[in-house]
Design a binder for this molecule. Structure first.
Ligand code: GAL
Length: 580
């Protein structure tokens, strides 16, 4: 260690710091075996990468329900339209049926961030500002959702959040937004390269004293190794931290009191590539650093960030865990999810008002297998490309999503995209099928049509056939069943599918889907479904069967059968029959 001036020379902390650095050298001299260190280092880092820990913000215990402007209006949005839709959600009775979120999608933003760098609503289409819209929507008893992209721009090329995550999360929380759909356009993956490091130093905020730790004195794991460079003051640097291959570890960084400190990372400049580094402090907090492609007259670069340290000894691990685009997507989405949680908690603390938590909707179209990590990063994850208002699109999306049932559950849902019910050229039968399949799959129910059509003179037009579909209580109850177990396809011959979904109270929802161009008769024996161990659907002498669309109730000893129209479904809710 060359300098240890953070604290008065000769202080206990300075002595401890000096001891730490030499202890690291001492340990290496003693020859601690690399495999032991490796195991320790790897385990510590994996804690964050894959803990199996749910996102767990307490939201979306059943799939979110609401309305979004994208499917029908795309860029043609303004504050009047959104408010009218919120009013229609209420007056149509759909809000009472469970639809709570009114979601802005792309194109709510101005192309300009404000003077403080904050996102701002389109200046002439949302002249009253988003916070005003939030208040109005909240006054109806509804929640406002918003949209951004995990990229430099949104899909419609407006400002987005990559690189501005903390500020944007804070802005949304301050506005009182309660849902964020986070898209993937203009994404830039995190680099797999890590900077070479010659030292790190800690200083108190506002002080010029730096407590310096030479990288060569840190503990090295994996491929991390020391190389020479005479043009560096220290003459040496640590390299090999790329792609999760190596780690540089400082076990004991002493500071006098809890608080924010400046961490300066001395990097060796060079290489025409951006680089990435994570710094894990005390095995809990993870900070990240993007290092630009660097070249210059000098070799020594200084990258700074503010870190929170606790009084006494602190540990720090420096590494780059990104080995692929897949890793990058996980990190970037996880980061935004964490920031949203912090932002809403911080706003609640500052205002003394109840926390408005934010549903986090991951929308990277299924590219990086989000069903495998989505439940740790957010509340729902798109599993497919964009939906369109035609039967082929709905079938294509269903085919992808139906296989993914085992990944979804309370707090984290597969998202086969927003509903097109009432849009495009879908027939009423197809609308019924589309809605039923989404309910069977425990999909979020985000309406995408013009809700104003459901209201006449401020009242629900209960004769409207599309409203009848979207307000069907039996179907909504299937979607929102508290067990949160999506359906499984228990039979298919390519034309007829049979889906079954366990419901609370040992009940089962059964759906027949007919993809053919003519109607088909379908039947299934309930005793076969009762044999499936994890359905918790006990075999019985008699079953009570309710047709969820017609409301017709029957009793059967085993078989349910029905005629299913072309591109249509039949949906039944079945339970053991107790009466005579
Ligand atoms: C797509 C997304 C759509 C919509 C659109 C907005 O990437 O899948 O649902 O949000 O961007 O530009």
């Amino acid at each position: 260690m060359k300098k240890a001036k953070l604290f008065a020379a000769g202080s206990a902390a300075a002595a401890a710091a000096a001891a730490t650095a030499s202890a690291a050298v001492f340990i290496k001299k003693k020859g601690i075996c690399v495999p032991c260190l490796l195991r320790r280092g790897t385990a510590a880092v994996q804690m964050r990468a894959s803990t199996g820990k749910k996102y767990d913000n307490g939201l979306a215990l059943t799939p979110p329900m609401g309305w979004s402007c994208w499917n029908l209006f795309q860029h043609r949005v303004n504050e009047k339209l959104i408010y009218e839709m919120a009013v229609a959600l209420k007056e149509s009775g759909l809000a009472d049926a469970g639809y709570q979120y009114v979601n802005l999608d792309d194109c709510w933003q101005s192309s300009m961030r404000d003077r403080d760098g904050r996102l701002t609503g389109d200046l002439s289409r949302f002249p009253s500002g988003i916070p005003d819209l939030v208040q109005k929507v909240n006054a109806l008893g509804l929640k406002l959702g918003i949209y951004s992209s995990n990229g430099t721009l949104t899909c419609e090329d407006l400002p987005a959040s990559l690189g501005n995550e903390a500020l944007d999360a804070e802005t949304f929380a301050q506005w009182g937004v309660e849902y964020l759909k986070y898209d993937f356009c203009h994404n830039i993956p995190l680099p797999t390269r890590a900077p070479d490091i010659d030292k790190i130093s800690i200083s108190a905020v506002g002080s010029s004293d730096e407590l310096v730790f030479e990288a060569e004195n840190g503990q090295l794991f994996g491929m991390a190794r020391i190389e020479k460079d005479d043009q560096l003051e220290s003459g040496k640097y640590v390299t090999g931290l790329c792609s999760g291959n190596g780690k540089l570890y400082f076990p004991d960084i002493p500071v006098p009191e809890d608080g924010e400190y400046v961490l300066t990372i001395g990097i060796r400049k060079g290489g025409d590539m951006e680089k990435y580094l994570e710094i894990k402090v005390n095995d809990t907090e993870v900070y990240d650093l993007l290092v630009p492609a660097t070249k210059g007259w000098t070799h020594e670069g200084r990258m700074q960030l503010r870190v929170f340290l606790k009084a006494g000894s602190n540990s720090m691990i420096l590494y780059n865990p990104i080995g692929s685009r897949y890793d990058s997507a996980i990190r970037q989405y996880t980061k935004m999810g964490e920031l949203l949680k912090r932002a809403s908690a911080k706003v609640a603390e500052e205002t003394g008002k109840p926390e408005k938590k934010i549903v986090f909707s991951i929308c990277e179209w299924g590219r990086n297998l989000p069903y495998k990590w989505g439940a740790e990063a957010g509340n729902l994850w798109r599993t497919t490309p964009d939906i369109q208002a035609n039967w082929a699109s709905i079938m294509g999306i269903y085919e992808i999503n139906v296989h993914l049932w085992k990944y979804a559950g309370p707090g984290g849902w597969n998202d086969p995209d927003m509903l097109e019910v009432g849009n495009g050229n879908l027939t009423l039968t197809e609308n019924v099928a589309h809605f039923s399949l989404w309910c069977m799959m425990a999909a979020p129910l985000l309406l995408g049509n013009d809700l104003r059509r459901f209201v006449v003179d401020g009242k629900a037009d209960t004769s409207n056939p599309v409203l009848k579909i979207l307000a069907n209580k039996d179907l909504i109850a299937i979607d929102q069943d508290p067990l949160g177990i999506p359906c499984r396809r228990v039979y298919t011959n390519g034309i007829i599918d049979v889906l079954a979904r366990p419901l609370k109270g040992n009940r089962l929802a059964v759906c027949f889907l007919n993809k053919a161009l003519n109607s088909m008769r379908v039947k299934i024996r309930l005793s076969e479904l009762a044999e499936k161990p994890d359905f918790a659907f006990p075999a019985a002498d008699k079953y009570f069967v309710r047709d969820a669309w017609s409301g017709e109730e029957t009793v059967t000893t085993d078989e349910i059968k029905g005629s299913v129209p072309s591109h249509g479904v039949r949906v039944y809710v079945v339970e053991q029959h107790h009466g005579e």
